[in-house]
Each structure stands twice: as C-alpha cells, then as structure tokens.
Design a binder for this molecule. Structure first.
Ligand code: B12
Length: 424
C-alpha cells in the first residue's frame, strides 16, 4: 500500500499532477478490466495477460491461479499442436515461461512432448533459439521475428539460464544494423523488447562477446526509443508506448524522460483506447512502474488479495444511427486489384463489415487465424499471405496504415479501405 502510494505520488509528480488518488483509481479500474477479461472462455488463456496481472499490486489470487491452470492445459496444448505442425513457438513459449515465472511456478516440472520426446520448457526454448540463430546466420533474419527472438532471450535470462554468446550477438548485431523493423519503419515495440532482453543480460552478468558492444546497443535502443516520441507524448503509437516506457525504465531512465509518455498512456486509459486484453497487458505493468525484469525476483509471498471484478457497469453503448459506405480495394501479390462497395451500420467493426461483404456474395471472401491480439487476416479472395513467405495482408484506410486489427477497428465514417498483399 505504501509502495503504491509512493508510486502514485511519483507518477503524479512526473506528470505534473497534484492528485495521486486519481492515478490510483484509474489503475485499479484498469486492473479490474484486465482481470475480467480472463473470464472469457471463447479464446485461449493469454500468458501476457497473466504476466500483467501478476506484476500488479492488487490481486485476485483465486482467479489468477485458475488462469494459470488453464494456461498449463489449453495454452500448453496449443503450443504442442504447433510443434506437431513443425512451427517455431519461440515467442509464445517465452511468454508461457514468463507467465509461469510470474506465478513462481517450478519451471522444471513442466514438459513439452514433441516427437515422442519430453523436454523441459527451457531446454526446448534454448533449442529453438539455436535454430533461430542459424536462420539469422543464413537468411539474415529469424524465421519468427526479432520481437520473438528478444522475448526468447528475455525468458531464458529472467529464468537464470545462460544465453549463448552467439545468440545474444545476433540481436546486438541486428540493433546496430537497423534490422529491427515493422513493415518499412523501425519497430518501436521490438526495440523495447530487445532493450529489456539485453538489459537483463547486462544485469545478470551473462557473458556476451563484447561488453562494450552490448553497452553501445543498449544506448542505441534507448536513443531510438526516445527519438520515437511524438508531440503528444506517445512513443511510436498508442500500442507501443507501454512497452517503450517499460524498456526505458528497465534501462534505468529517469522519470523526466518518460513523464509525457506516461501521461499519454493515462489519457489513453481514460479515453478507453485499450479494450483489447493484449493491449491492456502491455500497458498495465508500466503504470505500476514494473517491468518484465522484475519477474527475476518475483516472490509470490504476502500478496494482496483484494481485487474483484465488480467493474463499474460499462457505459451504455447507444445504438448507432444510420449507415456508412465502405469501399474495399483488394490488391493481390501479382498487383491485380478488385474493388467492392457496401453500406454498413455506423460503428461496425471491420470484421463485421467484411463478413457482411462476404455474405452479399459479391466475390469477396476472407478468413482469419487466431492470435494473442485477436483474428489476424490471413486469406483474402482465396489468396493466402503467408508469414512463412514473409507476406501479410496490410490494411490501410484512406492511405493511413491501421493501428488496430480487424476486430478492434471501428468504422464510424465513410472510407476507402485497402487490403494489400505485402512483403516484409
Ligand atoms: C511482428 C509483428 C507483425 C508482423 C507479424 C509477422 C512476424 N514477422 O512475426 C506483421 C508485419 C505481419 C504484422 C502485421 C500487422 N500488425 Co503487427 N506486430 C508485430 C509485433 C511487433 C510483434 C508480434 C509478436 O510476434 N508477438 C509475440 C507472439 C508470441 O504473439 P502472437 O500473438 O503469437 O504473434 C502473432 C500475432 O501477434 C500476429 N500479429 C502481428 N501483428 C498483429 C496485429 C493484429 C491486429 C493481430 C490480430 C495479429 C497480429 O503475428 C504474430 C506472429 O505470428 C507487434 C508488437 C506488439 N506490441 O505486440 C505488432 C502489433 C501487434 N501489430 C500491430 C498492427 C496494427 C498490425 C497490422 C494490423 C498493421 C496493418 N495496418 O496492416 C498488421 C496485421 C494485419 C492483418 N493481416 O490482420 C499492432 C496492433 C495494435 C492493436 N491494437 O491491435 C502492434 C501492437 C504494433 C503497434 N504498436 O502498432 N505485425
């Protein structure tokens, strides 16, 4: 309680706000919102949500332990299913390990069954990291992404496992050679994750090839994160700012460097920008001034158990009036394009709009794959944009890249959407 009061006071001070109780109330309702999301049974339990709940000050221990049991059953099975399909599971496995760690679960007691062999989670992650290291050596990038590669290093490091110098070197090299991107631009989220992974190695004194080079990479990441700050305080966009501030804190930044970014996050929370549980899970820790590096010393003793889900009844959503017109242009990988038009109820999500368009039998079809962020658009008009071929369906509206997925993006005004099969 005392810690929370100090944290609140610090945050209020940094943001130039006199009222610390305002921050505490906001934090509590945001925390409850995330807790409530674990009651949903129509999606897999999400390890990132578990980590954020466990890094918080207030807890609902019964719900958290029930969630852990579901992770160990359903999420675990999903990872094994991917292994049977010969997919790499670096990022999801790393988050699973961090989630177990956040609940002080004995990692050695959990095993993955693959090719009729039983392996501990950490051993399996180490092997996949070696494989990714080879992929970078021969293909100049990991098969998954540098975001997942960083998560892998972070999970091993936080669990006290030695990370091979060759593995860490590949990440340091990628930072120095500006290879960490989301589409065409430098990826703020992945830099944040890389920063936390490399900072963990430094703090733990895990040997790297060249300590001075590690320091240079950390300084570069810090500078790039600070350079990504927009006039409104966000670093990158609304959805990367939480991780960016977390990384800066882990790297020892002073509050003054993050004050406006934290204030932007608080304004977003108030506006209701974060309703996707994955988005909440990436913002909540930093509002508690915690980072993933705190998982190293997680103790799970004498925890508060007062968090409830009696969230204030959600503000009534008024039925939207009228229809808006939507134009959907699809550009396939060979450049061929087709345009579809439809009228949809104002306020529909893009997912609902695409379903209506499909039902009209105009020739437009689509399908999605589940992910921790929700449905990822994977097939359009019978063409699949495969991540294995480093392609995806990029979505933009009136020329601006969407910052949310199809389930979260709401259409309030007439617009022209472009769905383009894009390489990355
Ligand atoms: C890497 C990445 C990508 C890569 C994924 C392929 C690869 N090389 O791994 C590519 C370039 C394909 C991509 C695409 C998009 N991305 Co992206 N992506 C990321 C990033 C940096 C890491 C994701 C990851 O690996 N997570 C770890 C693993 C363990 O979790 P996972 O759920 O299994 O990961 C998969 C999904 O996350 C999925 N995915 C990636 N991005 C997105 C976005 C959405 C909305 C969904 C549903 C799924 C999804 O691909 C991952 C690999 O298979 C995150 C950053 C973050 N903060 O999370 C942004 C992030 C998730 N992406 C984002 C966005 C907006 C998009 C796009 C919608 C951009 C666009 N305008 O087209 C598209 C998705 C369009 C579609 N077809 O549905 C936002 C989502 C914000 C939000 N509120 O929804 C994030 C948070 C970045 C940001 N700060 O804006 N992305």
């Amino acid at each position: 309680m005392i810690t929370l009061a100090i944290v609140s006071a610090l945050l209020a001070l940094a943001a130039g706000k006199p009222c610390a109780s305002d921050h505490e109330a906001l934090l509590l309702s945001f925390n409850k919102q995330l807790l409530q999301s674990v009651d949903t049974r129509d999606t897999l339990p999400n390890p990132s949500v578990h980590i954020a709940l466990r890094l918080s000050t207030h807890h609902n221990l019964a719900k958290e332990s029930e969630h852990l049991i579901r992770l160990k059953a359903e999420f675990h099975d999903d990872i094994e299913k991917s292994l049977r399909n010969n997919e790499l599971v670096v990022g999801r496995l790393a988050l699973y390990i961090l989630a177990l760690k956040s609940s002080c679960h004995d990692l050695e007691s959990v095993h993955l069954t693959h090719n009729e062999m039983k392996e501990s989670l950490l051993i399996h992650l180490k092997k996949e990291m070696e494989e990714e290291k080879q992929n970078i050596a021969f293909g100049h990038r990991p098969k998954t992404s540098y975001y997942q590669y960083s998560l892998g290093i972070l999970a091993l490091c936080v669990s006290g496992v030695r990370v091979s110098t060759h593995v860490s070197q590949k990440l340091i090299h990628a930072v120095e050679h500006r290879q960490i991107k989301h589409g065409e631009s430098l990826c703020v989220d992945s830099h944040a994750m890389a920063g936390m992974a490399l900072q963990c190695l430094k703090d733990e004194g895990i040997a790297v090839k060249d300590a001075a080079e590690l320091d240079r990479a950390l300084a570069t990441i810090k500078q790039r994160l600070l350079d990504s700050k927009r006039a409104d305080g966000h670093m990158g966009n609304e959805f990367s700012t939480g991780l960016a501030v977390q990384a800066l804190m882990a790297m020892g930044s002073q509050m003054e460097e993050c004050g406006s970014a934290i204030e932007a996050l608080r304004a977003d929370v108030k506006k209701g920008t974060y309703h996707n549980p994955m988005a909440i899970s990436q913002v909540l820790p930093v509002l508690h001034q915690r980072t993933y590096l705190h998982l190293k010393s997680q103790e799970c003793r004498n925890e508060d158990d007062t968090l409830t889900t009696d969230v204030d009844s959600p503000s009534e959503v008024l039925p939207s009036h009228g229809q808006v017109s939507l134009q959907v242009k699809v550009i396939k990988s060979n450049g061929a394009s087709s345009v579809f038009s439809i009228h949809i109820p104002r306020g529909s999500s893009l997912f609902e709009a695409l379903n209506l368009l499909q039902d009209k039998q105009t020739g437009f079809t689509f399908s999605t794959e589940d992910s921790l962020w929700g449905p990822f658009l994977s097939v359009v008009n019978e063409e699949q944009a495969r991540q294995t071929d480093r392609r995806y369906w990029h979505i933009s509206s009136d020329g601006n890249s969407l910052t949310q997925g199809i389930k979260d993006y709401k259409i309030d005004a007439a617009q022209k959407l472009t769905i383009k099969n894009t390489g990355y």
